[in-house]
Design a protein around this ligand. Structure first.
Ligand code: SAM
Ligand code: SF4
Length: 464
């Protein structure tokens, strides 16, 4: 496959969009309200908008889109790092090969079981499993066994993992087929930066040096039958405006070639990491204001693609950007393999990077509930086959409001009964009661009330 990212074209698009008129910016904002997405030229204009009043209008527009498509729901997951050996040398990552001081760990299947039990007992149902790239310590065979092990763990109250998304180095089509057979949800992989020269500088050795193999991984995943794929960029490596356009060109190419764009876009920002020079001094740091703006612009550009925000960001900023379009968040995370079951371990010496939000899942849930968001552990679409193009075809006429809001209430109710602290339970029950009054019309309200009663009586995994 040919490289479809043209640096000159992106730079030129950005130069041409400089100093846009207020009228042009408002015209694009108004187009974004139609929920049909935006072109790269239009996105470049929004990115080049520096006027505070207009930026505020961009944020408000993204907020409206987020409310109309996603309502107040936020999907929660936990990352599960199984191994931190790596043959690559990414200058920003604590796992990089040349970090000789890192404690290297590859969890055994028993240790993975322990980790999953802890996560289940906190209330998690969705995992993102990841590892470093290493031919023997985290081979595909090992990773597949780890997925199967995690899916097989069951704890009290119907504790189980219902969806495992994975993030691991690029594979070949046959390998993606094998991965698909384990029942994974989304395959995620971040290009880190779409800017070729910076990519080369940041990845001096190891298989990840190869930009094109990474760029085309999502196409191979689709060919291997994985129809939910998640792209991302690591913000802080290069100009954020360039990388937002890179993400958009990647999304458009997938839509053109595979009939469906990415299921999610992740927007990690560089965090300090142990012995990782580019993380300690990010080459092009992205300010909080720029970060909010880029989240909003992505929401307007690809309205039906989920946006994932992780615990790299601190609690205050996370609360703020939920409003502009984030639809999935991690909570209660550890980035050191084994970090959930051994909380006393020297996390810094085995973790990938430092966390900005170290609160427990229950604390995060209490906070988002008090801000009016409904936490969701729903996995219904994936298990009922609503994935890839089928998902997007349903999402556009309103699936997310119809199914997701309802399933969020069901999965949240299960969480409140089985895992929540008394304070979170009280806040959560109040939110559900308020939503029953305001968010559901008579017929649906009756159906939701009836099913909530079955959950109270002990039924689990209720969804539509
Ligand atoms: N090793 C695989 C890879 O590189 O694709 C799997 C994922 S890696 C464990 C997860 C992601 O963490 C990377 O793609 C990168 O974007 C991100 N990451 C690495 N170092 C980071 C840092 N210092 N701050 C924030 N994110 C970082
Ligand atoms: Fe290895 Fe991934 Fe870290 Fe790069 S980002 S050093 S590939 S774990």
């Amino acid at each position: 496959m040919k490289d479809f990212i043209n640096d000159n074209q992106i730079e030129k698009t950005l130069v041409q969009a400089k100093n846009p008129s207020a009228a042009r910016v408002r015209e694009i904002i108004s187009k974004s309200n139609e929920l049909k997405g935006l072109t790269p030229d239009e996105v470049a204009v929004l990115l080049q908008t520096e006027d505070d009043e207009l930026i505020d209008e961009i944020l408000q527009a993204a907020h409206k889109i987020k409310e109309s498509i996603y309502g107040n729901r936020l999907v929660l997951f936990a990352p599960l790092y199984v191994a931190n050996h790596c043959s690559n040398n990414c200058l920003y990552c604590g796992f990089r090969r040349d970090n000789r001081e890192l404690n290297r760990v590859a969890l055994t299947m028993d240790q993975i079981r322990n980790e999953v039990e802890v996560l289940q007992r906190e209330g998690h149902k969705r995992l993102l499993m990841l590892c470093g790239e290493h031919p023997t310590r985290s081979s595909l065979d090992y990773f597949i066994e780890a997925i199967e092990t995690a899916y097989a763990v069951k704890t009290e109250h119907g504790g189980e993992i219902r969806r495992i998304n994975v993030e691991l180095a690029p594979l070949e089509v046959d390998e993606f087929r094998r991965l698909k057979k384990t029942g994974i949800g989304t395959y995620l992989l971040f290009q880190e930066t779409y800017h070729h020269e910076t990519y080369k500088k940041m990845h001096p050795s190891g298989p990840k040096k190869d930009y094109l193999t990474r760029l085309t991984a999502m196409h191979r995943a689709q060919e291997g039958g994985i129809d939910d794929v998640g792209i991302g960029a690591l913000f802080g490596l290069y100009d954020y405006k360039f990388d937002v356009l890179g993400l958009l060109f990647h999304a458009l190419q997938l839509e053109k070639d595979c009939g469906v764009g990415p299921h999610t876009i992740s927007i990690p920002r560089l965090e300090p990491a142990f012995n990782a020079p580019a993380a300690i001094a990010p080459p092009m740091p992205v300010t909080d204001t720029e970060f909010k703006k880029l989240v909003a612009i992505l929401r307007m550009a690809v309205p039906y693609t989920g946006i994932i925000l992780t615990t790299r960001e601190n609690a205050a900023l996370r609360s703020e950007v939920f409003a502009y379009g984030v639809s999935q968040i991690s909570a209660g995370s550890r980035t050191n393999p084994g970090g959930y079951s051994d909380k006393t371990s020297d996390a810094f010496r085995s973790a990938q990077f430092n966390l900005g939000d170290t609160r427990s899942l229950d604390e995060v849930i209490l906070d988002i509930t008090e801000h009016g968001h409904i936490p969701s552990f729903c996995t219904a679409c994936y298990r009922l086959g609503r994935t890839g193009k089928d998902f997007m075809d349903l999402a556009k006429p309103g699936l997310i409001q119809k199914f997701c809001q309802t399933n969020a209430v069901f999965s949240f109710k299960e969480y409140l009964l089985d895992y929540a602290s008394p304070k979170t339970r009280e806040a959560g029950e109040k939110l559900i009661a308020d939503m029953l009054e305001t968010s559901f019309k008579t017929k649906r309200k009756k159906m939701v009330t009836d099913r909530l009663q079955t959950i109270l009586e002990g039924k689990r995994d209720v969804c539509i």
